[in-house]
Design a protein. Sequence first.
Length: 74
Amino acid sequence: MDIVLKLLKYLLEPLKIKVPRDRKAEFEPQIIKKCQTILDEFEHQIIALYSKGITTRDIQEILSEMYGFNVSHH
């Protein structure tokens, strides 16, 4: 399976992610939609969690459990 790098605008710095190429268009992404380059909704969710007093380490754990990927807490 081919992998494509996708550049997203995330907070203050760009974020590079690896996306599997879907040549048959059979896959519908759930977190980062096709052609999406800005993570507005995702950022708002993280900020909302942080504003409620949840630590960055706990937010990292929540994202890992919900979406199955790791995020740096730095």
